[in-house]
Design a protein around this ligand. Structure first.
Ligand SMILES: [Zn+2]
Length: 227
């Protein structure tokens, strides 16, 4: 584990890197990132046009000024997602990396989820929150801590109704993000250990099946259409 000073400095670097790396992308603007064929008649564009580009806005929580995850961890999770999604013509891209204000590091109740949903205005991207503590409280199953969560807003604000969100804990395994994105685009759980939608998944080799790939693609297309 790094020392305190190093970690602090890495947050500063992270913030700087985020601005430099992603300002261009953010400025590119527009809810959709589907290439426009009319302006890009090259042969290369044909295969790229088939790829659905899904922008992510990642909100990174910090506790005591330290981010809950490093940019490397985030990049690994995004790469892992693309490794699984590539075969089905989908790519997720980090559109914006934002630091969350104090007080958002711990998500344990439904009202915490409503609060972060209100904080992240719909902008055509998938909002992903990386937090320190993630817990599901109450209910028949009692309290349990989880590493990732996908949910749909059910509060009173009409503009947020039916919007969906992803939360990942800072210490989540690399596959958690892609698992939650699977839910986001319409998949339920699988009980095969080889499958990314299994909560039993272990190791580096899990995949989405072609049938799941179709569902995700449909979900991604609908998302981009509504974005
Ligand atoms: Zn799940």
């Amino acid at each position: 584990m790094d020392g305190r000073v190093t970690r602090r400095r890495s947050f500063a670097l992270l913030a700087g890197a985020a601005t430099l790396l992603f300002a261009g992308e953010a400025m590119a603007g527009g809810a959709r990132k589907v290439p426009d064929l009319r302006q890009d008649p090259g042969g290369r564009s044909r295969s790229r046009a088939a790829t659905l580009l899904v922008p992510l806005t990642v909100h990174l929580a910090a506790t005591e000024e330290r981010p809950v995850a490093t940019i490397f961890r985030l990049q690994r999770a995004i790469e892992r997602a693309n490794q699984a999604l590539d075969a089905y013509g989908i790519r997720v891209e980090l559109r914006q990396l934002l630091r969350m204000p104090e007080g958002f590091g711990s998500i344990t109740r439904r009202r915490d989820r409503r609060r972060i949903a209100q904080y992240a205005e719909p902008n055509g991207s998938v909002h992903v929150f990386m937090v320190d503590t993630l817990e599901l409280r109450g209910g028949r199953r009692g309290d349990r801590s989880v590493r990732g969560l996908h949910w749909r807003y059910r509060g009173v604000l009409r503009r947020l109704r039916r919007h969906e969100y992803v939360i990942v804990s800072g210490d989540a395994p690399t596959t958690t993000l892609v698992h939650e994105l699977g839910h986001f685009f319409g998949l339920s759980h699988s009980d095969s250990e080889e499958n990314l939608m299994c909560s039993c998944r272990r190791g580096p080799r899990q995949i989405f099946t072609p049938k799941q790939g179709e569902t995700i693609r449909r979900g991604a297309r609908e998302f981009l259409r509504g974005a």
